[in-house]
Ligand binder design. Structure first.
Ligand code: RAM
Length: 360
């Protein structure tokens, strides 16, 4: 009750004074307020797995990019879970995947609005840190999902799958398709994207295995999760490397644009393409022979797990420490791993035999 009153006066303070001042003033009072009441496990830093899940919370989703169908699907999963849990959802975010300062402003807006938690897919590992730390010092739980920041700048990271598995399996998929021989390229998202960069590091490491000795990675290109730029980058790769045998695109926007380009060119079926795409985007390219196999997880499940993690954190069931467990509704039990990482599970490989079984 006291906290609710305090939040309202904080909002009023933020409206009339400079934001930083309001956040600092309100932050200090809010924290000591919680301590006074000797209240929640979360506040004392100790998880209580039996704590009741709180209702009436507000969780803000801040994806890398709002008009990207992958995030629309992920955030809808978050919205549905919050509704079921009796809490509210809101989504804010930039329309470009290379607008890190825009993302910082959105973090600050959510902090100013005193949401209970935020779920953020970071465009850049470091750029959001100061703003996210300020949110946490204002008693807001911070979950990253899809693309992480530094561990000290959030409470937990909900990861789509093991980064290592994703990086290595994409190389394995392509290598098989090109008969372990020839030049390959990577078409990534933004140059700063935490998730893509980790996957690419594992791809490079996988390529060190002697079984790939006849494969040469000639270039990493960046399409910035923009359809047009990704299309042009694919075209550019083939102009620059006419002997290119394959492309890995670890982004749903990139792989779709690359498939579109290849499908309408003389390279269709000859230059192989794999990576991370949604079955709905890629179905027609699998059916017309442009793409053999690619992979992904279910984005709506990722969003759902991010929402359930946020509510479990606010409720004090977990604090983000390694070894803590919680039940994510029908999704079952999850255990927090090293550095506060919670992994959704294994990705699915899609090809012509199973693609019609999926609708996302
Ligand atoms: C794009 C984004 C997102 C990534 C997927 C695979 O939609 O870059 O961060 O996880 O692709």
């Amino acid at each position: 009750m006291r906290k609710a009153t305090l939040r309202r006066s904080c909002a009023a303070l933020a409206a009339v004074t400079s934001f930083a001042l309001a956040v600092t003033a309100c932050g200090g009072t809010t924290k000591s307020d919680v301590k006074d009441e000797g209240a929640s496990a979360a506040a004392t830093g100790k998880a209580d797995p039996n704590a009741e899940l709180k209702k009436g919370l507000t969780v803000g989703f801040l994806p890398k990019q709002v008009n990207n169908p992958y995030f629309t699907s992920a955030d809808k999963g978050g919205e549905a879970a919050l509704k079921e849990l009796g809490s509210s959802y809101k989504e804010v975010g930039p329309s470009s995947a290379t607008d890190t300062s825009g993302q910082v402003s959105y973090v600050n807006t959510l902090t100013q609005q005193q949401v209970d938690a935020m779920a953020v897919s970071a465009q850049d590992p470091g750029a959001l840190c100061t703003a996210l730390k300020q949110a946490m010092s204002n008693d807001i739980k911070v979950v990253t999902y899809d693309s992480d920041t530094k561990p000290e700048c959030r409470n937990a990271f909900v990861s789509q799958a093991s980064a290592e598995d994703l990086g290595r399996t994409e190389v394995q998929l392509l290598a098989e398709q090109i008969g372990y021989k020839g030049e390959i390229a990577i078409l990534s998202a933004a140059q700063t994207a935490t998730n893509q960069n980790i996957w690419i590091d594992f791809m490079k490491d996988e390529l060190k295995d002697p079984k790939y000795k006849d494969i040469k990675l000639v270039k990493v290109a960046y399409g910035n999760d923009d359809a047009q730029q990704s299309f042009q980058q694919t075209q550019g790769l083939l102009q620059e490397y006419p002997n290119l045998k394959g492309i890995i695109s670890p982004t749903t926007v990139g792989i779709k644009a690359a498939a579109q380009y290849l499908s309408g060119s003389k390279y269709k079926g000859k230059v192989k393409l794999t990576g991370l795409g949604t079955p709905n985007d890629m179905r027609k390219y699998v059916k017309n022979g442009t793409v053999e196999a690619f992979e992904l997880w279910d984005p709506s499940k990722l969003g759902e797990l991010a929402a359930r993690t946020a509510v479990a954190l606010v409720s004090g069931q977990i604090t983000g420490q390694e070894g803590e467990t919680f039940t994510a509704g029908d999704m079952g039990e999850y255990t927090i791993g090293k550095d506060g990482v919670i992994s959704l599970g294994k990705p699915t490989v899609f090809n012509k035999d199973n693609i019609d079984d999926f609708d996302f």
